[in-house]
Design a binder for this molecule. Structure first.
Ligand SMILES: Nc1ncnc2c1ncn2[C@@H]1O[C@H](COP(=O)(O)OP(=O)(O)OP(=O)(O)O)[C@@H](O)[C@H]1O
Length: 376
């Protein structure tokens, strides 16, 4: 295990800036997640750290050592790609043993090798497949074997590129928990890349959000969830996506969708008379008669669509001509056509700067401070 320091990393492919000046550091034993959409530059960043692409600018330090000019093999990192690299003629057990037999890891005795393989294959749920050949495995099993090949090998840093992407939702959730415990057990430094926000929130000690080759925000899962730096980060976290609505400011009050409220004193609204509000679908409460505590943005609308999603229901509610997506408990299901009252506690109303269509804008704050009991 080791620390990792990335400074000013840049990589262009022709005119495309795949990585455009990225800086971050990962602590010893930390599980650090890079979250970003397709094409954001996640894989290129990992490859730059591993030494698999030649970067244009920037430095990578592992355990305090500058890696410039050092071959991938000598960086002592282990990288797992989304596509699985397995020896087709070797069994799962042989595939897993081979990284432990290479010269660099020769210090492991046969019994230590067996123990490592047993621990990793149990964690990944492939211990019953040891005698199979790769062609006799499902895609998900092959992906877990490829991940196993990376995890059995002792390395300073594990670089994992969407290693769970071929698994079904249930298995992904189970593997997330297992991976987290494996990381904690072996205290390894891990850099994990994903486009799945749930994976990022579940696994990351910290999350870095990447957009078009640049880091937009780095923080703990709670920080990026509660105080997203801008509308891009707010949208990247949460499914269904956060609702972003336009609002007007006048005489210290914010008006939107036929309603208005007075925001908390520490919100700086000196920037103009328009803002955007971010309302997370899971934080909009459907008023079923009970009155929640504290001040809230209160809205009235009509349910246009009600779609059941397991234990929850996703509602599309027309509020003053704007569709809001709301997630509610399914047993309280309002019907399509029903008039509903909606309530968002002010500390959960995110206020962003105004902007044009498709423009991402910075967060100015919450409409009220978080209640002391919820603040961490
Ligand atoms: N070898 C290459 N040649 C040319 N362009 C490339 C190459 N590799 C990546 N790119 C471009 O660089 C950008 C970043 O790609 P990268 O693979 O790092 O993104 P990513 O975030 O990992 O995406 P995904 O989630 O789809 O894997 C993209 O616009 C991509 O098309």
């Amino acid at each position: 295990m080791a620390t990792l320091q990335v400074r000013g990393l840049r990589k262009h492919y022709g005119k495309t800036a795949a990585v455009d000046g990225v800086d971050f550091s990962v602590g010893d034993g930390e599980f650090f997640v890079i979250l970003g959409p397709s094409g954001a530059g996640k894989t290129t960043t990992l490859k730059g750290i591993a030494g698999l692409v030649e970067t244009d600018e920037g430095t990578v330090e592992i355990a305090g050592r500058d890696m410039t000019g050092i071959e991938p093999y000598h960086r002592n990192v282990a990288m797992a790609f989304e596509s699985y690299a397995l020896y087709p003629q070797r069994t799962v057990a042989q595939n897993l043993a081979s990284p432990l037999r290479s010269g660099r890891t020769g210090r492991y005795s046969e019994s230590e090798q067996r123990d490592r393989i047993a621990a990793v294959t149990q964690t990944l749920g492939i211990d019953h497949l040891l005698e199979r050949l790769p062609r006799e495995l499902s895609n998900g099993q092959r992906q877990r074997t490829a991940l196993g090949r990376v995890l059995v090998r002792p390395a300073d840093i594990y670089l994992l590129d969407e290693p769970l992407s071929h698994l079904d939702a249930k298995l992904r959730a189970a593997m997330r928990a297992e991976l987290k415990s494996l990381g904690q057990m072996s205290d390894t430094t891990t850099l994990y890349v994903t486009h799945d926000y749930q994976e990022a929130l579940a696994l990351g000690d910290r999350i870095a959000v990447l957009r078009s080759g640049r880091l937009v925000q780095i923080g703990s899962p709670a920080e990026v969830w509660r105080t997203p730096a801008d509308t891009f980060v707010a949208k990247a976290l949460g499914q269904p996506e956060i609702n972003i609505v336009d609002a007007e400011v006048s005489d210290g009050r914010i008006s939107t969708l036929g309603s208005s409220f007075t925001p908390g004193a520490d919100l700086d609204l000196g920037r103009g008379d328009r803002v955007r509000l971010g309302l997370r679908p899971s934080e909009i409460q459907v008023d079923h008669g009970e009155q929640g505590p504290g001040e809230a943005l209160e809205l009235t609308g009509r349910v246009r669509l009600a779609e059941r999603l397991g234990r929850q229901i996703e509602l599309t509610v027309d509020v003053a001509g704007t569709d809001l997506i709301v997630v509610d408990a399914a047993e309280l299901r309002p019907a399509e056509g029903d008039q509903v009252r909606l309530r968002v506690p002010l500390h959960q109303v995110h206020v962003f700067a105004a902007g044009g269509d498709g423009e991402e804008t910075e967060r100015l704050g919450a409409a009220a401070p978080r209640p002391a009991k919820e603040a961490r």
